[in-house]
Design a protein around this ligand. Structure first.
Ligand SMILES: [Zn+2]
Length: 221
């Protein structure tokens, strides 16, 4: 799966990137409601000069890629429930699932990505929301099934299974910057950051040592 970042510029038209800090507590699922647009189309629409709507979202997924349109630590306008501190707009990461192309494949990507995101945060599927949960809009509409929401239940079950299958923790490469200088890579394992002690020690001017016999890393001075 391709995951790429293409963030909206700050201060952009119609307040689509309000720049409000968000410490997300849930992830909200949407369908785009457009049978022909791809993830790239949806992303481009956000910076299209003829778009006069305020709506925005964090991640859009199609059959080949996921595009991050806004930092996941900033609010987007997606849940239709205002800007109160408990609103979906202020507390939830918005994921748009495209309806174009091979929808089954797109759903596979969505399940994998969302399971990873939950894992990274130590969350379970009870953190997933529908747009519907915030404002009553029939969205994600392809999971609605005339109000029975069987597609939604199936989707959550699939994410739950994927999550349970992750016996080995998710390892993600992370940047490590000390006093503005990038040093060796760090690793994110199950939401915890691991850094190379010697490289950090050198950057901080602190002495470190390694005792191989007892497999002990030390900060000595
Ligand atoms: Zn929606």
């Amino acid at each position: 799966m391709i995951y790429r970042k293409d963030h909206l510029p700050k201060g952009m038209a119609y307040n689509r990137r309000p720049g409000l800090f968000m410490s997300a507590t849930t992830i909200t699922i949407h369908n785009t409601g457009n049978l022909s647009s791809t993830a790239a189309n949806e992303r481009n629409w956000l910076t299209n000069p003829s778009n006069d709507r305020q709506a925005s979202y964090h991640i859009v997924i199609d059959e080949r890629e996921a595009i991050e349109c806004l930092p996941l630590t900033e609010s987007a306008w997606h849940s239709g429930d205002g800007s109160g501190s408990k609103s979906g707009n202020r507390t939830s990461i918005a994921i748009e699932i495209c309806e174009s192309g091979n929808y089954a494949k797109t759903l596979d990507i969505a399940v994998a990505l969302i399971a990873n995101m939950l894992k990274e945060r130590g969350w379970d599927v009870d953190r997933l929301r529908r747009h519907w949960d915030w404002s009553g809009k029939v969205c994600p509409r392809l999971m609605y099934d005339d109000g029975k929401w069987t597609g939604w239940i199936d989707f959550k079950n699939r994410v739950s299974k994927e999550l349970a299958g992750k016996e080995v923790g998710l390892v993600v490469k992370a940047n490590l910057i000390v006093y503005g200088k990038k040093i060796e890579d760090a690793l994110l394992v199950d939401g915890k950051t691991y850094v190379p002690l010697r490289a950090v020690g050198d950057a901080l001017g602190v002495k470190t040592a390694w005792e191989n016999k007892s497999k002990t890393a030390m900060i000595t001075e």
